[in-house]
Design a protein around this ligand. Structure first.
Ligand SMILES: [Zn+2]
Length: 451
């Protein structure tokens, strides 16, 4: 708590912090040996490394720091989420980024910097973690802020991203700061941010108030983490703010895009590792193919799987693929992906669902919002089935004479053909009422459904 902070004192303080950090890491027995080795043998041939360690063990602030180091030397990017516990887009995006692989350099992610506040879904205004980082040096104002700063100094990042969200929108007179990137004063933060903002607006079709802007410069005059990154480390980086007026999934997609796009500008590329994913998934029975085919007019769609998504062809510039989902566009062509698990949703974001044909493993499914598809395939012998949905049922093809369709259910029969319906809500039940269940295959949203 020295009142004078000349540059010598700052340096001494930084050294002290690093030592404290390493001592703490040793004392808690976390896997930092590999990290220390990494920084001392940067020029030698090295293998890639994925690691993690915990900080603030045994306290309400206990959390994990995630680390990936590529074989090839390069910049270190650091991403922080969850400084404000009620800003979900930031930590949900960081939860995904911590699984990313990069082609060079290092990626360090502190996805949930303030776990106690996240657990309460709260920004405690009387104890705001982002007011505990004196921007020109000196001790941080809480043990948690102090440890987080030690982590920053230990990894010595070349770029830092701090992910947040805001109720409002920057420069819209609602007092909010969403839809903006606030760059540190260090070059080339601002020009890099300008490129990313332009690409974000283009890719996601953001205009009017929703269009991203560059915010004012973080110039080391407030007690915020990123002001301290500017004032003490003098490194480029951004506070990234989305608006909570948008759906959470979109906010997360914007954060992911921002980090990936800015990283690409400084030569660090996210690797989706298509080849090895494909190799692994070929032996996995749970891998499925989804094809989204356009009929002409440009249609923007989004889908999300429960486990993972991998593009089959090289994604086009307007298809954004993240670890479990895709935000893409088709006009006359088709986009093809593998996914694992099941589909959480498929929906049209812009354009008309009628212009899209979506198939899963060759079976067409609905792209209408909140609408799911159920398909009955017979093998030959007649089987009568019955099912009921919680909200409504609609036949896709004209029902045959022996298929009775009610508002929420169907009593139908198949032999060697296919009966297909869409429904809204959940399935109350699906059952075979006559015949042998082994002569019937049922698919929900293109995936086998166990009777
Ligand atoms: Zn915030």
């Amino acid at each position: 708590m020295s009142p004078t902070l000349d540059s010598d004192a700052r340096t001494a303080d930084a050294r002290c912090s690093r030592r404290r950090f390493l001592q703490a890491a040793t004392a808690t027995g976390v896997g930092l040996a590999a990290l220390s080795t990494a920084s001392s043998t940067a020029s030698a041939a090295r293998s890639s490394l994925r690691d993690q360690y915990q900080i603030r063990l045994g306290t309400p602030d206990e959390q994990t720091v995630y680390y990936y180091r590529a074989e090839q030397d390069g910049p270190t990017t650091m991403v922080i989420g969850g400084i404000h516990g009620d800003e979900r887009a930031g930590y949900l995006a960081a939860d995904q980024i911590r699984e990313w692989t990069v082609d060079r350099g290092e990626l360090v992610v502190v996805p949930r910097a303030n776990p106690a506040a996240i657990a309460d879904d709260l920004r405690p205004w009387d104890n705001d973690l982002n007011r505990q980082f004196p921007p020109r040096g000196g001790d941080c104002l809480s043990p948690l802020a102090d440890t987080l700063w030690d982590v920053v100094e230990h990894h010595d990042p070349d770029w830092v991203f701090d992910l947040h969200s805001s109720r409002g929108i920057y420069k819209s007179d609602d007092g909010g700061v969403g839809q903006a990137l606030f760059p540190t004063w260090t070059d080339p933060a601002r020009p890099t941010g300008e490129q990313t903002v332009a690409a974000l607006n283009e890719r996601f079709g953001l205009s009017g108030d929703m269009a991203y802007l560059m915010g004012n410069t973080l110039d080391a005059d407030r007690d915020m983490l990123m002001h301290r990154v500017a004032g003490v480390l003098d490194r480029p980086g951004f506070i990234c703010e989305t608006t909570e007026k948008a759906p959470l999934d979109e906010q997360v997609a914007w954060h992911l895009f921002t980090v990936e796009h800015a990283m690409a500008q400084f030569g660090q590329t996210r690797v989706t590792d298509q080849k090895s994913t494909t190799q692994t998934t070929q032996t996995t029975p749970d891998r499925h193919e989804i094809v989204i085919q356009g009929a002409g007019p440009e249609t923007r769609y989004e889908f999300k799987a429960t486990e993972s998504v991998t593009p089959i062809d090289e994604p086009e510039w307007n298809d954004y693929v993240y670890s479990r989902g895709v935000n893409g566009a088709v006009s006359t062509g088709e986009d093809r992906f593998y996914f694992e698990g099941s589909l959480e949703y498929v929906e049209v974001k812009e354009g008309d669902a009628a212009d899209l044909t979506v198939t899963v493993d060759g079976r067409e499914i609905s792209a209408e919002p909140n609408t799911r598809t159920i398909q009955f395939e017979g093998t030959g012998p007649a089987v009568r089935y019955e099912f009921k949905a919680t909200e409504s049922v609609t036949p896709v093809d004209e029902p045959e004479w022996n298929d009775y369709v009610y508002s929420r259910g169907v009593n139908g029969e198949v032999t060697s053909g296919v009966d297909r319906f869409t429904f809204v809500g959940d399935l109350e039940y699906v059952e075979v009422t006559e015949g042998d269940a082994s002569d019937l295959a049922v698919y929900v949203d293109g995936l086998p459904f166990d009777l």
